[in-house]
Design a protein around this ligand. Structure first.
Ligand SMILES: *[C@@H]1O[C@H](CO)[C@@H](O)[C@H](O)[C@H]1NC(C)=O
Ligand SMILES: *[C@@H]1O[C@H](CO)[C@@H](O)[C@H](O)[C@H]1NC(C)=O
Length: 465
């Protein structure tokens, strides 16, 4: 993964790298000081004259610099103004008036547009990133939306369509380029830089990535999106390119997925929610902060769900087909509730190894296991504080359990099926206020097959077996 990962936006430019030479030091004051000290005779000039001299010297320096700069740009050395990732080569750029020209055809007055065709092959890693040159005076801020959709046209190329909504004002500070790199990397980069005359500019962009319908194209290596401040909407990608690895990163904006699958998936944002109707991946990571994570997820290897100060509400399918290592689900939040329905399955119809961790604080926790193969091995840890904790196991569960809370609260283990159909033996090792331990098993040998721990404080803890 890291091999293909896009350079993070903020780390990319070394501190101070954005400063053109002539920004160094405070040139105006130093230059003015020289004539005054070298010619003490003129020391008695009136303050007004001294001021005027300083003023015109300053203007002079400014004009000279400006002329030099214009000369510089006219001679095509403007790349020095932009941050360009070192492993990428820019192929074709749209900026300035070109960006505006294609505009009119596409939409209304204040929108400018560009579009790019990107050929796909087996080893393609399709990139969509924004890069920023840090500037001494201003940071041009950018936000927008990315929609990932499918076309019903058969083809072996993807299309990226970009609209910019900021009038023509900041066009010179943004350009969009087709870029290629090593290891099959190809994609569209949005480059922006700050300017010293426009310190509050902001651009809103609407980007659409259209993936082709494919009958023939086999699995494509990867899709990597790194667009801070862009909300990301992924449509139903069932009948389109099958990416081996998908990484969608943003900040401060939501990520929403209708449905797709890939061997490896990373969805990452901050301060905004992650939502998926159906996401299937062997190796799946969902990460945000201060916002909920909701949806239906299936995995056969590992699923990590991380947020903070917000609820997690998920339905998860865990499939275990590897005897050597368990299928792992890790859910973490804080100061809010955690609700999860976790269905365990295996292709073998029996057995399977699963490891589940659910952790929050100051909020209720409820995890249920509505389905599980017989003879499966489940390790489950459910932890919260100052709120109720409840875990409902499936009636195939065999193994040890421990339920605990503060000593003045109740910790309970209750059988869901009170009839004689459940042939498992329920055995308690300890059963006192605030703490219950024991095991449940159909065969003596399975007493320690799985292990379930439920823990909270200052509220009740309940385990249904
Ligand atoms: C994201 O948006 C915020 C608010 O508009 C802005 O301050 C910030 O600079 C933006 N970040 C980037 C990376 O553009
Ligand atoms: C995903 O898991 C659910 C259980 O939560 C299951 O019903 C469904 O068939 C699974 N879907 C896929 C595509 O594996």
């Amino acid at each position: 993964m890291s091999k293909h990962s896009v350079q993070p936006l903020l780390v990319s430019a070394p501190a101070g790298a954005g400063l053109p030479q002539y920004y160094q030091g405070p040139p105006t004051y130093q230059t003015i000081a020289v004539p005054i000290e070298v010619h003490p005779v003129r020391y008695r000039r009136s303050p007004l004259r001294r001021f005027l001299v300083a003023f015109f010297v300053t203007i002079g320096i400014w004009v000279t610099l400006k002329t030099l700069l214009v000369h510089h740009i006219r001679h095509g050395h403007e790349d020095w103004d932009w941050y360009i990732p070192s492993d990428m080569v820019l192929e074709q750029c749209v900026s300035g008036s070109a960006w505006g020209t294609s505009a009119a055809a596409l939409t209304g007055d204040f929108s400018a547009g560009a579009s790019f065709e990107i050929p796909l092959s087996v080893d393609t890693v399709l990139l969509l990133s924004s890069y920023r040159k840090s500037s001494f005076f201003s940071t041009h801020s950018m936000s927008g939306t990315l929609d990932v959709t499918t076309s019903d046209q058969f083809s072996d190329s993807a299309k990226v369509i970009i609209h910019s909504f900021d009038g023509m004002r900041t066009d010179g500070n943004i350009r969009v380029c087709l870029m290629t790199g090593t290891d099959g990397k190809i994609g569209v980069g949005i480059f922006r830089k700050g300017s010293w005359w426009d310190t509050r500019s902001a651009t809103f962009m609407k980007i659409t990535l259209v993936l082709p319908a494919t009958a023939a194209l086999p699995q494509v290596e990867g899709l990597e999106v790194d667009l801070p401040n862009f909300s990301i909407n992924v449509g139903n990608l069932k009948d389109t390119v099958d990416f081996k690895s998908v990484s969608l990163k943003t900040t401060n904006a939501a990520v929403k997925v209708d449905s797709f699958s890939a061997a490896r998936v990373l969805l990452q944002t901050s301060n905004a929610r992650i939502d998926a109707d159906s996401l299937v991946s062997a190796d799946l990571t969902l990460k945000t902060s201060n916002a909920p994570i909701t949806g239906t997820f299936n995995t056969s290897d590992s699923l990590h769900i991380t947020t903070s100060n917000s609820p997690i509400n998920v339905a998860v399918g865990l499939e275990s087909n590897n005897k050597a290592k368990p299928t792992v689900l890790i859910m973490r939040t804080s100061n809010n509730r955690l609700d999860a329905k976790v269905t365990l399955s295996t292709k073998a119809h029996m057995g399977g190894r699963y490891s589940v961790l659910g952790r929050t604080s100051n909020g209720p926790l409820a995890i249920s296991i509505p389905g599980s193969p017989v003879e499966s091995e489940l390790h489950l840890n459910a932890l919260t504080s100052n709120a109720a904790a409840e875990v409902k196991l499936h009636n195939t569960y065999q193994g040890a359990f421990g339920v605990s809370t503060s000593s003045q609260w109740s910790a309970r283990v209750t059988r869901l099926d009170q009839s004689d159909d459940d042939s498992r033996h329920l055995h308690f090792d300890s059963n006192r206020k605030g703490e219950v331990g024991g095991s449940i098993f159909a065969k003596e040998g399975n007493k320690g097959l799985g292990e379930v721990r439920v823990r909270t404080s200052n509220a009740q803890a309940v385990l249904f077996v």
